[in-house]
Design a protein around this ligand. Structure first.
Ligand code: ZN
Ligand code: ZN
Length: 262
């Protein structure tokens, strides 16, 4: 079974009363059997929803909880304390997504850096890996990971969209590389190069659902079932069978997040 190591399944994307169950059933039918459910937002409601979902299907899902760089300004001391308590939950596999996004710059740069640093420290306190979101901020992202001792817990660069020099430094810092639907886009030459080159024991795959649907489904609302297209593309770039890539990424997910391969 494939494991989607980064999906957003909040009620805002998969409304109640059905919730994400239909999407999860379609994923299972497509061969996607595990999920790291990301809970981020302007408050901790999505984080709590992610933990609740992971508790409901503990053999298939884990949660990651954090504050996205878009929302960096909401991270107060009080929220950090609550996040810390939530992050200790046994069904929480990682802290994040956190990081820097200078493309949208939805929060001021300094607030983003501060929230990133504080969450790395939190991840080290609770002893869990980090899910990093980085866009148009490669130097600062790597510098902060290094300065804050993120190597102690390691983690994953989610939705990898940088180049080979960045990938080398991230790997050295203890971060695996997770490929999303971007790897199926024709224009993503540097991502293709990294997907073909990266060590087999350091790669993961994800949908980032509901965003970034892969080709040939680009433009639709993405859901975990679409992971099969990303898996096919990464396997082709590496000259491997989809079966081999499935086995390897499931094992990597289990090692990194304690979820997946059986
Ligand atoms: Zn992200
Ligand atoms: Zn995300």
């Amino acid at each position: 079974m494939l494991v989607d190591t980064h999906c957003h399944l909040d009620p805002q994307y998969f409304p109640e009363p059905l919730g994400p169950d239909d999407a999860l059933a379609r994923a299972r039918a497509a061969g996607v059997g595990g999920f790291v459910v990301i809970g981020v937002g302007t408050d901790l409601a999505p984080a709590r929803a992610a933990v609740a979902l992971a508790k409901r299907i503990p053999d298939r899902a884990s949660a990651a909880v954090g504050v996205h760089p878009h929302d960096a300004t909401v991270l107060t001391d009080e929220m950090l304390a609550e996040l810390s308590a939530l992050a200790r939950h046994p069904q929480v596999a990682a802290v994040g997504e956190m990081g820097l996004d200078y493309h949208y710059m939805s929060s001021p740069m300094e607030a983003q850096k501060e929230a990133f640093r504080r969450q790395i420290a939190l991840a080290r306190r609770v002893g869990k890996p980090i899910v990093v979101h980085t866009r148009a901020a490669p130097g600062d992202t790597l510098d902060i990971l290094a300065e804050e001792g993120a190597r102690e817990v390691g983690g994953v660069i989610h939705c990898f969209s940088e180049d080979k020099p960045f990938a080398s430094r991230a790997l050295d810092l203890g971060f695996d590389l997770s490929f999303s639907g971007i790897v199926t886009f024709k224009s993503a030459a540097s991502v293709h190069e990294v997907a073909a080159w990266a060590p087999g024991d350091r790669i993961l795959i994800e949908t980032d659902s509901p965003y970034l649907a892969p080709i040939p489904l680009r433009g639709r609302t993405c859901e975990p079932a679409y992971l099969v297209h990303t898996a096919k593309r990464v396997a082709a770039l590496r000259g491997e069978s989809v079966e081999e890539l499935t086995r390897q990424t499931a094992e990597n997910t289990r090692r990194r997040f304690g979820l997946g391969a059986s």
